[in-house]
Design a protein around this ligand. Sequence first.
Ligand code: FES
Length: 97
Amino acid sequence: MERKKIPYQKTIFVCVNKREDGRPSCAHSLEGGSELCKALKESVKAAGLKGKIRVASSGCLDLCAQGPNLFIYPDGVWKSRVGLADIPQILSELGIC
Ligand code: FES
């Protein structure tokens, strides 16, 4: 095993979990976790932050009825009911732009 320094300043973990059994999931709220994750990746790239900010899809974060959910490491910030319209604010709050 190799021990390495984290290569990104911050990582945004976005729940993309999708349930087919009728229970709430981030995939079925607002525009959906997958769409949010994809749009965040595109926005990070467009802002020139690729390599500094990593957007990673996540499995269930256990607040399914409040989705789409994301959290930002190492900031300790959690956001629920996140929509595509929230992306500019999320990026500005990273303090890197
Ligand atoms: S489905 Fe996203 S938190 Fe559970």
